[in-house]
Design a protein around this ligand. Structure first.
Ligand code: AMP
Ligand code: GLY
Length: 421
């Protein structure tokens, strides 16, 4: 098969790496890709949020199957355009991707599906939001309704912070994403991510992970897109995973099907776990980045068969073959991230590292300049390793990290600490 992956981050590098291990893949193109992806697949420059342009590219290049990585093309309806053109695609329709693109929509679906989640209110103007705050003291969570690149959530510890957050949302800081606001009960507990594939009817769990969102060791400093992850997440025990499927995920998928907008693709459920009970924090309509990297490291070549079966509505016949393994990914980021950072700083030592089914340096934001790999983003490399235990995988991952010579970068030294402590 000829396969096209849309996206350019570490997530897409790991998807490409897994797909290429499967003998069913004859040719792989990634658009737009990055310097690491270019070393293993063809890269094409393409506006991946433009449905007709993607459809045209697929026709010209005899692509049989398209895998959509990031949320932006999903929210733009690129999966719909591909399906309308009769092209096989992995990724939800625009209507189904609203589970990520609109927090108010997700809350409404949860209510209809009786899925446990935080109590909430939904507002279109500052006055009614302030009136709600008067009844609901801090700590409380203020969220822009739409996609805000992970920045549209403010956890207010005091009533004054909550009021200021509401004003920030409605003054246009988050653009269209903040024109509607959701205010939510603050949930305590431990967070974990649960990944399931859906084909509109069948739900198939493909792994758990935990991310590290803060920039600094010990979960300190500002939020980022994610500084590292590991899989599995021990806090998400089999019993809790079963409850999450029964109480949250399957009822959500059934509600989407009932409304005539069945969900097909990967559903990433962010869960808050307390006293053995899961509650939904959020859905994403795509793989997490960097959570995808640890899932792909563990699934290997079968990942392609699973995604393909989801796209063809054959998940009912699939099984996931688990090894008793653990994977860790450490993100190396440009100094200054998540604030201002420089691009173009040289990275050396990569060619001396082992790259095999248990060790990969996935590229997130890199470019090639005169034969040299340089940084080209905030999150730059994802050093990903598999081991017999989490401690083993962590130790091996940091050995690789230390072998990389990149004075312009930094990383957290404690990825996995929650599960190891
Ligand atoms: P979201 O974009 O909805 O995932 O929110 C980003 C992060 O904010 C989550 O990963 C949680 O760590 C935190 N968060 C969001 N909603 C809540 C909530 N209701 N209670 C506690 N923490 C939350
Ligand atoms: N790592 C968090 C996310 O992909 O949303």
């Amino acid at each position: 098969m000829n396969i096209l992956i849309l996206g350019s981050g570490g997530r897409e590098h790991s998807l490409a790496w897994a797909v290429l291990q499967n003998p069913k893949c004859d040719k792989l193109i990634v658009a737009p890709g990055n310097a690491g992806i270019a070393a293993i697949a063809d890269c094409a420059s393409l506006d991946i949020n433009d449905g007709p342009e993607v459809v045209g590219f697929v026709d010209e290049n005899n692509i049989d199957f398209v895998i959509i990585g990031p949320e932006a093309p999903l929210a733009a309806g690129v999966a719909d355009d591909l399906r309308a053109a009769g092209i096989l695609v992995f990724g939800p329709s625009k209507a189904a991707a609203a589970l990520e693109a609109s927090k108010a929509f997700t809350k409404e679906i949860c209510a209809a599906a009786k899925a446990p989640t935080a109590a909430y209110g939904h507002f279109n103007d500052a006055a009614s939001a302030h009136a709600y705050l008067a009844q609901h003291p801090a700590p409380i969570v203020i969220k822009a309704d739409g996609l805000a690149a992970g920045k549209g959530v403010i956890i207010a510890q005091t009533d004054a912070e909550a009021a200021a957050a509401v004003d920030t949302m409605f003054d246009g800081t988050f653009g269209q994403a903040g024109a509607e606001v959701v205010i939510e009960e603050f949930m305590e507990g431990e967070e974990a991510s649960f990944f399931v594939l859906c084909d509109g009817a069948t739900v198939l769990p493909i792994g758990t992970a935990q991310d590290h969102k803060r920039v600094g060791d010990g979960d300190t400093g500002p939020n980022t897109g994610g500084m590292g992850a590991y899989s599995p997440a021990p806090v998400l025990t089999d019993a809790i995973a079963e409850r999450a499927l029964d109480e949250i995920i399957r009822p959500t998928m059934a509600e989407m099907a009932k409304r005539g907008t069945p969900y097909q693709g990967v559903l990433y459920a962010g869960l808050m776990i307390k006293d053995g009970a899961p509650r939904l924090v959020e859905y994403n309509a795509r793989f997490g980045d960097p959570e995808c990297q640890v899932l792909m490291m563990r699934l290997g070549a079968q990942a392609f068969d699973l995604l393909h079966a989801a796209a063809e509505s054959r998940l009912g016949e699939m099984r996931v073959n688990w090894a008793e393994d653990h994977a860790v990914t450490v993100v190396m980021a440009a100094r200054g991230y998540p604030g201002a950072y420089e691009k173009g700083s040289p990275i050396t030592g990569l060619d001396r590292l082992p790259e095999d089914s248990s060790h990969m340096v996935f590229h997130a934001g890199t470019a090639e300049q005169d034969g040299q790999i340089v940084s080209a983003g905030g999150r730059v490399l994802n050093v990903t390793v598999r081991g017999d235990s989490l401690a083993d995988a962590q130790a091996k991952a940091y050995r690789l990290v230390e072998a990389i010579d990149w004075p312009g970068g930094f990383y957290r030294r404690d990825i996995g600490w929650r599960a190891l402590s």
